[in-house]
Design a protein around this ligand. Structure first.
Ligand SMILES: Nc1ncnc2c1ncn2[C@@H]1O[C@H](COP(=O)(O)OP(=O)(O)O)[C@@H](O)[C@H]1O
Ligand SMILES: [Mg+2]
Length: 240
């Protein structure tokens, strides 16, 4: 397995300020954080062979150093069930990307196992606050974060108990606890991912921003399906 050090050094050496989709997945994997099966495809044939290996249904996503929000450029297609659908989606994504961002370099397309339906999507973020240092954010996906600013924060170092408290603090916790016909979620697996996020941010000073968005939350597990890591060169001479 590739080490976080190698993944980050390679990205910085090639002049990039973010990890590519598959590198982000490799980094999470190296920390034993839960992710769906995946592979990087350079052409439609390879996308199909990866899909056959990880199993249908799959999701296809554009991989480009210049693209931060993949859906905005038509760069994500979910729910693909056959080789034909995979090939069609592959070509569609390339076409969409060339139309929306003609100058974007295309590194390939990430083929990822589709996470099961009926997830509650949560967001786990990380920033380096200029005063407080590495800080982790938790919230529910979509409008809860954007419209209601229903999020909680903890400054590292914090404990599993703190991670649990930050989950309970958001108003949307009611949904995670089980509401109407929605079953309660596995809070332990969310605590596990928050603790991994903290570890990743603390151990890798080159990561200036982290966005695990979404993390799919289920009654018996959680899966990180998208991860963005923004990098900044650190000045090692000035580190104490
Ligand atoms: N593996 C997956 N399984 C199920 N749904 C997914 C998966 N990957 C992405 N999605 C859905 O597609 C949306 C966009 O994909 P994402 O990888 O987050 O791209 P971006 O945030 O760059 O637009 C996600 O918010 C999620 O709802
Ligand atoms: Mg996303």
């Amino acid at each position: 397995m590739v080490s976080p050090r190698e993944i980050i050094d390679r990205a910085l050496a090639s002049g990039r300020n973010k990890l590519l989709e598959h590198e982000a997945m490799q980094l999470l994997e190296s920390y034993s954080a839960p992710i769906p099966g995946y592979g990087l495809a350079r052409d439609a044939e390879e996308a199909v062979s990866i899909a056959e290996k990880i199993g249908y249904p799959v999701v296809l996503k554009i991989v480009s150093p210049q693209i931060i929000h993949k859906s905005d450029v038509g760069g994500v297609v979910v729910g693909l069930n056959t080789p034909e659908e995979v090939k069609k989606a592959f070509n569609q994504i390339i076409e969409n990307t060339k139309k929306h961002m003609p100058n974007a370099q295309i590194e390939g397309i990430l083929v990822q196992a589709m996470a099961p339906k009926d997830a509650i999507e949560v967001v786990i973020g990380g920033i380096r606050d200029p005063v407080f240092g590495p800080t982790i954010m938790f919230g529910l996906g979509g409008i809860f974060v954007e419209l209601f600013k229903d999020v909680s924060f903890r400054v590292a170092p914090f404990t599993e108990q703190d991670a649990e408290d930050m989950i309970r603090e958001v108003k949307a916790y009611k949904m995670l606890k089980g509401y109407r016909n929605m079953p309660p979620r596995d809070i332990k697996s969310l605590i596990y991912i928050i603790m991994k996020a903290q570890k990743i941010l603390v151990e890798n000073p080159e990561i200036s921003e982290m966005d695990l968005n979404p993390v799919m939350s289920y009654p018996d597990k959680a899966l990180i399906v998208d991860a963005r890591f923004i990098l900044k060169k650190t000045n090692k001479e000035h580190a104490h």
